[in-house]
Write a protein that binds this ligand. Sequence first.
Ligand code: LEU
Length: 375
Amino acid sequence: QFTALSSLLVLSACGGNQAAGDEDGESSGGAVKADIGVISYISGPGAAYGEAITNGLKLAQEEINGKGEVEINLVIEDSAGKQDQALTAAQKLMNSENVTGIIGPTLSTEMNVVGPEADLNGVPIMGTSTTAEGIPQIGDYVFRNSLPEALAIPASIDKAIEKYDAKKVAILYGNDDVFTKSGFDTMKKAAEEKGLEILTIETFQKGQSDYNAQLTKIKGLKPDLILASALYNEGAVIMDQARKMGIDVPFVGGNGFNSPEVINIAGDAANGLIVATPWYGEKEDDKVKEFVGKYEEEYGKKPDQFAAQAYDALYIMAEALKNAGEADRDALRDALAEIQGFNGILGEFSFDEEGDVVMDPTVLVIEGGAFKEFN
Ligand code: LEU
């Protein structure tokens, strides 16, 4: 389907495009040529997020460039998940006049400092994994194609209530990160709206290794569910320690738990984790199967939702570049804002008037050491 769609686009581009090819950003064949900067969490404790994201981008780049309408050069910078490093990377990319747009950074915490700078400098920037509230609202040049917590968390809580008749919950969240805090706000609001009793709210910090105090308290209160907002490194350790203490209730996790690293780190302790995602790799869909096959062949492992969102993100950028007709930052911004009904491996995608995402989540549960559809 993807190929069919693309050839249609080729046809319409050929029909209406009289690009002479001597302007900047256009090759003689009329293809729009652009550098796209990438800021990604490639080293440090959350490096598996950045690895998946850059793999997804590179696979999409290969395919897009192979089609000849748009030629993208990826300029990849590591942020190590840190605000200052992400900002330095962004400044370097923005100072390069060949960079037409930026993909990333990985964390909402990083986007909170990078987004305003990109907006100020008129450089379109699109997060592929930034799910906290308020990211596209940073400014007109700031986009994301990642399903926000505000859409994901209520969907997973609903499923958990339906399945387990849950009435009482405990909440655990990282209070030193924009995304884990925002995920908590969404969890609390959703729990209140759905009439759940919140027994306790516990916090932790990045890099913490011992959750005994929080988990002992939670265990004593006997919740039906634990809502947890964490990145995989802390989230997996929390689940491991909870199971070792005999806490066997299901967890509802935010977006940080959508990585297979949770299973790699926590093993069987990850069973019973419920998460919502726009991506399900076992879906009976030709485009999904083709992507999964190619990804496995190239990288020797299955793609996760971060790889899938990044893959679609570069296609969205490519589509916008093609519609812009030139490698120009303002034209790319305008073309991005106009993307509607884009059909990628995550299904149909549109931006709303604020540049936020309109998409449907799927709820998954970890059972027997794997993510399964939660029906
Ligand atoms: N969704 C997270 C955030 O917005 C990042 C992701 C890689 C878990 O910070």
